[in-house]
Ligand binder design. Structure first.
Ligand SMILES: [Zn+2]
Length: 440
C-alpha cells in the first residue's frame, strides 16, 4: 500500500498520522563547505530584510552560506535516512519539502518570496506550510490570557474609529432573549479595532429588537479624521434555524449589500465560502429566497486567537503594530468582554468514524463576543477585504484624509461593493478595484 499526500491541520491530518507510525525518512544532503549531512529546514533559510532574492541556506554545522548554485551537486549526493523508529515495523515513510526542489523548479528565493507574501494572512501561511514545506498547520488553540488583553487595552474616545480603521463591519449573534452586536473597524494588514459591543435586549421573534438593530447599523461613527464612517456591512447569524425568517426580513429590508445572513460551517478552511440560496418559510408560507453565506467559524476563531496573542510593541521600540493586531479600547472592552473573547478552547474529539476532530468549546455559558467578532470578520471577507492590495487601502486612507468639505456630498468613502467570490479568489497582489467602485 502506498499513501501520499500534502498534510493539512496538525492533529487532524491523516497522512501525518500514518507518517508518524513510520521510520520518518528525510533527505540528507552534504554541505558544500564542510561536508556535514543535514536535511534542509526552513528555519535555516535566510535573506536580507525585504529582499527574498538574496535567499541562501546556512549550514547547521559550519554556518557557511549555501547558494542555489550548490543545489544540483548536493541533491545528487543526498541520501534518505530514518529519523525515528517505526511503530509499525513494515512502515517506511518519506518527507520532503520544496527546499529540495531540483534546479529550475522552485528556487529558495521563490520560497522566501512566498513566505513574505503570506505574512498577516493565516490562510496563506497555512497553504505555505502545507504545500511548500509539507508540514501540518498548527491551529492556535490555547486562549490568550484575558488579563493580558485587559491590561494592554488602548485609550481612544468612545464612539470613534481610530485613524487606521478604514472599513467598519458589524457581527450580530441571535440569542433567545436578545441580539448581540459587535462593530469592528479593519485596516491594512488586517489590524482591527473594536468600536462597540452592544446587547440589544428583546425577543428575536418580535419586531422591536430588530428595529433597534436597524438603528444601530444606521448610526454613523466618527472617524479620527473627522469624517463619518458608516457600517459597510453587517453579518447576521442565521445558524440556529429558528429565526431564519426574522433574519431574512431584516436582511431584505436592510437593502442589497448592507447586510448578509451567515451560518457557521466548521469544516470550512476560509473566512467565508460561496453563498447558497435557501428557501425561507414562515408558517408553511414561502417568504422567498435568502442567500446564506457559510462562515469558517473554527478557522476564524483560530485566526483571531493567533492575532490576540501578538505582542504589543513597546513604546520605546517605536515599532509598528504587527499585521493582524487586535486593538481593544478601554471604553468598550471591559472585564466581561475580555473574559468572553478568550473563553473558548480548541479540543480534540473522536468522531464517529474514528478520526479525530478539532472543536471549539465555550468555557463560559454566555459567550457571544467571539461569535460576534467572527461574523464581523466574515462581513469584511464578504466585501473582499482579504484581496485588497496596499494601493486600495492607501486610497481609502487618502479619501478619509481629505477635509470633509472637499468630498462631494453623499459620497460614502468606505462602502465598497460586495465581492461575488470572497476569499477563495486568488487575486493577484496589489489588485485594485476601479476608483468608482469604492467611491460610489
Ligand atoms: Zn557546513
Amino acid at each position: 500500500m502506498f499513501l501520499v499526500s500534502t498534510p493539512t491541520i496538525a492533529g487532524l491530518s491523516r497522512i501525518e498520522r500514518e507518517h508518524l507510525a513510520t521510520d520518518q525518512r528525510r533527505y540528507f544532503v552534504p554541505c558544500p563547505h564542510c561536508g556535514h549531512r543535514q536535511h534542509l529546514r526552513f528555519e535555516r533559510l535566510l535573506w536580507d530584510a525585504g529582499e527574498p532574492e538574496t535567499a541562501r541556506y546556512l549550514c547547521e554545522d559550519c554556518d557557511g552560506a549555501i547558494g542555489e548554485q550548490h543545489k544540483a551537486a548536493m541533491l545528487a549526493a543526498g541520501e534518505w535516512r530514518a529519523t525515528a523508529t517505526a511503530t509499525d515495523p513494515h512502515a517506511i515513510g518519506f518527507h520532503i519539502s520544496a527546499l529540495c526542489s531540483p534546479p529550475g523548479w522552485m528556487p529558495w528565493s521563490e520560497i522566501a518570496r512566498l513566505w513574505l507574501a503570506a505574512q498577516g494572512d493565516d490562510r496563506a501561511i497555512k497553504t505555505f506550510r502545507n504545500t511548500v514545506l509539507g508540514e501540518t498547520w498548527q491551529v492556535a488553540g490555547e486562549a490568550p490570557d484575558w488579563q493580558r488583553l485587559y491590561d494592554r487595552r488602548e485609550h481612544w474616545p468612545a464612539g470613534t474609529v481610530p485613524m487606521g480603521g478604514l472599513l467598519l463591519t458589524a457581527g450580530v449573534d441571535v440569542q433567545r432573549d436578545c441580539l448581540e452586536a459587535s462593530l469592528w473597524a479593519w485596516g491594512q494588514d488586517r489590524q482591527s479595532w473594536l468600536v462597540e459591543h452592544r446587547v440589544l435586549a428583546g425577543n428575536p421573534f418580535e419586531a422591536p429588537v430588530w428595529k433597534e438593530l436597524r438603528l444601530l447599523l444606521r448610526e454613523n461613527w466618527r472617524h479620527a479624521s473627522g469624517h463619518r464612517l458608516p457600517v459597510a456591512m453587517a453579518a447576521i447569524d442565521s445558524g440556529d434555524g429558528m429565526t431564519t425568517a426574522e433574519v431574512y426580513s431584516f436582511v431584505r429590508r436592510a437593502g442589497a449589500g448592507r447586510a448578509i445572513a451567515v451560518k457557521g460551517q466548521d469544516g470550512l478552511s476560509a473566512a467565508v465560502g460561496q453563498p447558497a440560496a435557501t428557501e425561507v418559510r414562515r408558517n408553511g408560507r414561502k417568504l422567498g429566497g435568502l442567500k446564506v453565506w457559510p462562515v469558517g467559524s473554527s478557522f476564524l476563531k483560530g485566526e483571531t486567537y493567533g492575532w490576540l496573542k501578538l505582542e504589543r510593541p513597546t513604546e520605546e521600540s517605536g515599532d509598528p503594530f504587527p499585521p493582524g493586531y487586535v486593538h481593544l479600547p478601554v471604553h468598550a472592552a471591559g472585564e466581561e468582554f475580555c473574559r468572553q473573547l478568550t473563553a473558548e478552547q480548541l479540543v480534540a474529539r473522536a468522531g464517529r468514524n474514528g478520526f479525530r476532530r478539532l472543536e471549539w468549546v465555550k468555557t463560559r455559558e454566555r459567550n457571544e463576543a467571539p461569535d460576534c467578532r467572527v461574523y464581523a470578520r466574515a462581513a469584511a471577507a464578504a466585501l473582499g477585504m482579504d484581496g485588497w492590495g496596499e494601493g486600495r487601502w492607501a486610497r481609502m486612507a487618502d479619501a478619509l484624509s481629505l477635509p470633509a468639505a472637499e468630498l462631494p456630498t453623499g459620497v460614502n468613502v468606505t462602502r465598497p461593493s460586495p465581492s461575488p467570490v470572497a476569499t477563495d479568489a486568488h487575486r493577484p497582489r496589489g489588485w485594485l478595484a476601479p476608483r468608482s467602485e469604492w467611491l460610489r
